[in-house]
Design a protein around this ligand. Structure first.
Ligand SMILES: [Fe+2]
Ligand SMILES: [Fe+2]
Length: 141
């Protein structure tokens, strides 16, 4: 089963978005599992650091890709969607910095617990509308 087939997230009209969302979901699940296992030993903490960095990098690249597509087709709600990406990536950057500085599992858990709902909601709303617009634009041009 591919990562996308195993995803519980709503599917949108562009394949690259579905693939990226499933990858983010998988990284989040791996992070949750590490934290749920009371990851206080050094190896687990290092793995959490690697997963967090991978999630951050993945989201940054994914957001940039979506924004490039929105620019290419002159998507009218680009600024709104881009603003939401900027807000979330700033929060994620802050969470990564806090983890590196203090390594507080409880704090990280609290931050991560809001992300699955955010991801599902973002995919179902802004990403859904964006993917429809981009795919229709490409169908007629
Ligand atoms: Fe997305
Ligand atoms: Fe998005």
């Amino acid at each position: 089963m591919s990562v996308v087939e195993g995803s519980r997230l709503p599917q949108v009209a562009l394949a690259f978005m579905n693939e990226d969302h499933a990858r983010a979901e998988s990284l989040l699940q791996r992070l949750e599992a590490m934290i749920a296992n009371a990851a206080t030993d050094r190896e687990s903490r290092e793995e959490i650091g690697r997963l967090l960095a991978a999630l951050y990098e993945h989201c940054q690249q994914h957001f940039t890709h979506e924004e490039r597509e929105m620019e290419r087709v002159n998507f009218p709600a680009l600024a709104c969607h881009q603003g939401e990406h900027a807000r979330v990536i700033a929060q994620m950057d802050q969470a990564c910095r806090q983890w590196r500085a203090a390594g507080d599992v409880g704090h990280l858990y609290e931050y991560l617990s809001i992300l699955p709902d955010w991801l599902r909601n973002h995919v179902a709303t802004m990403d859904h509308v964006t993917a429809e617009f981009v795919s229709r634009h490409d169908e007629v041009s």
